[in-house]
Design a protein around this ligand. Sequence first.
Ligand code: FES
Length: 150
Amino acid sequence: MYSEKVMDHFMNPRNVGEIENADGVGEVGNAKCGDIMKIYLKIENDIIKDAKFKTFGCGAAVATSSMATELVIGKTIDEALKITNKAVAEALDGLPPVKMHCSNLAEEGIKAAIEDYLKKTGRLSKECESEVCGRRCDDLHHHLDEEDDD
Ligand code: FES
């Protein structure tokens, strides 16, 4: 049912744990199963230097988070925002369809951690932090794009 890569990342997950004084921390829940994920990022000059995760999710969540943290380390935050749960699943040679929802935790956790970083560095627009928007921003790219235009 699972690929060798999924089994490897499940049995020997990379980057499990916490980062002290992380630059961005994201905590998300899976709407489908109620499981929780916490992602920690160390970011310098918009480059992800380190990433760690903790999850109450299932084996597929562990494997996808392990792979996702490996994929984002060394990337810019802009590049990291473009990594989808599908890309993570593909890097693991696929997931059973019923387990695809588990891979959302890693993608959303990373986005939430980057959002936290943008907030902490004062780069999330007031509008997006306001009650009007309230929820987590689905498109953080516009913040980064705005900066590029400067
Ligand atoms: Fe909840 Fe997989 S069943 S993360």
